[in-house]
Design a binder for this molecule. Structure first.
Ligand SMILES: [Zn+2]
Length: 148
């Protein structure tokens, strides 16, 4: 299993938003995954994996539009029919990167949430900008450290 060797945190600082922060994680000092999000789901913090908006093509001009679009951004046609609907019905986003087991998910979530808490604490005391921090929680939030 990989090590999470760094987490970069970008706090949103918008008390009205459910989106608390963006995070980038560094794996084994060699690969960075951008665009994880920390979301406040009714007081419960949740780490969302990087995702992309699913797009549909306009039936008239073939322009790409977000699935939520009611009208084509390119030609203004009614986007009532969505040609990807059969492939991924009802979905607006899909994960670009995602863990395939709960152990991996909990490692990523634990590291990101621990970095988030450190960042929030640091921003209260110093207002320092986010940096690449050592990521592994020392007193892990119910997590096992890497076994190698
Ligand atoms: Zn169009």
């Amino acid at each position: 299993m990989f090590e999470i060797t760094g987490v970069k945190m970008d706090l949103c600082n918008d008390p009205a938003s459910k989106l608390l922060a963006y995070a980038d994680i560094e794996l084994d000092n060699c690969l960075v995954i951008h665009g994880l999000r920390i979301i406040n789901n009714s007081g419960e913090l949740y780490v969302a994996m990087p995702s992309r908006r699913i797009t549909d093509h306009c039936f008239r001009c073939r322009g790409k539009n977000a699935r939520v679009a009611r009208w084509c951004n390119w030609c203004g046609a009614d986007m009532g029919t969505h040609d990807n609907e059969q492939e991924m019905p009802g979905r607006l986003f899909f994960d670009v990167v995602h863990p395939i087991n709960s152990d991996c998910r909990s490692r990523i979530c634990g590291a990101v949430l621990a970095a988030y808490k450190r960042e929030v604490d640091a921003s209260h005391s110093s207002g320092a900008p986010g940096e690449l921090l050592p990521s592994w929680p020392s007193a892990g939030a119910g997590l096992r450290p890497a076994s190698g």
